[in-house]
Design a protein around this ligand. Structure first.
Ligand code: COA
Length: 161
């Protein structure tokens, strides 16, 4: 079995994340989408809400499971006996941070490899923060997130869907 982890904060998940999940699911027998419970970011959605949204999104993709993790990603990977971490690389601007993270993770866990996948170019500028800003200002979200995520955002910001 070839297994991989796709980790992130997913606050909230976007079409860009979903694109990476679909690509990963085509390459690996089993893909674990791992939601970071504690992060330096102040999340809008609880970890349970983020896991719930992702489970709904991937319900039709058999090879994908969704889990939450706390602490270091490499420790989580080892605890699950998974040796590949997938990261999405959207643009050159992602590279420096990703390079640092991949090499730091490799130093801590040489048995865990990081693999980069490029999402569709139309999602290369999408980020969760931008989506939240649009939602907060009442903008249309249909191009960026599934309907259920749009509804959840509107509820958070006290808007009717
Ligand atoms: N489509 C759309 N948006 C994407 C995307 C894609 N394919 N890939 C990334 N993004 C967005 C994310 O939504 C995020 O947006 P935001 O900053 O507005 O919230 C931004 O790009 C950065 O994404 P990413 O680099 O994946 O960060 P993250 O916060 O989602 O995930 C962790 C980072 C959780 C994987 C990382 O911090 C981690 O491993 N934490 C555990 C602790 C640890 O091990 N630390 C040591 C690391 S060396």
């Amino acid at each position: 079995m070839r297994n991989a982890i796709y980790a992130g904060t997913f606050d909230p998940p976007t079409f860009g994340h979903i694109d990476v999940i679909q690509r990963g699911a085509r390459i690996f027998d089993r893909l674990t989408v791992a939601v970071a419970a504690s992060s330096s970011k102040q999340a809008l959605f609880s970890v349970e809400e983020r896991v719930g949204m992702l489970r709904d999104i991937v319900a039709d993709i058999e090879a994908v499971e969704v889990d939450a993790f706390d602490g270091l990603l490499v420790d989580y990977a080892r605890s699950r006996e998974i040796h590949v971490i997938i990261r999405g690389l959207r643009a050159i601007s992602d590279f420096e941070f990703e390079f640092q993270m991949a090499l730091t993770n490799r130093k801590m866990a040489p048995d865990v490899e990081t693999l980069f996948l490029m999402p569709k170019e139309e999602y290369s500028y999408v980020s969760s923060s931008v989506i939240k800003e649009i939602a907060q200002m009442g903008g249309a979200l249909g191009h960026f997130v599934p309907t259920a995520v749009e509804r959840a955002l509107n509820t958070q910001y006290g808007r009717a869907s």
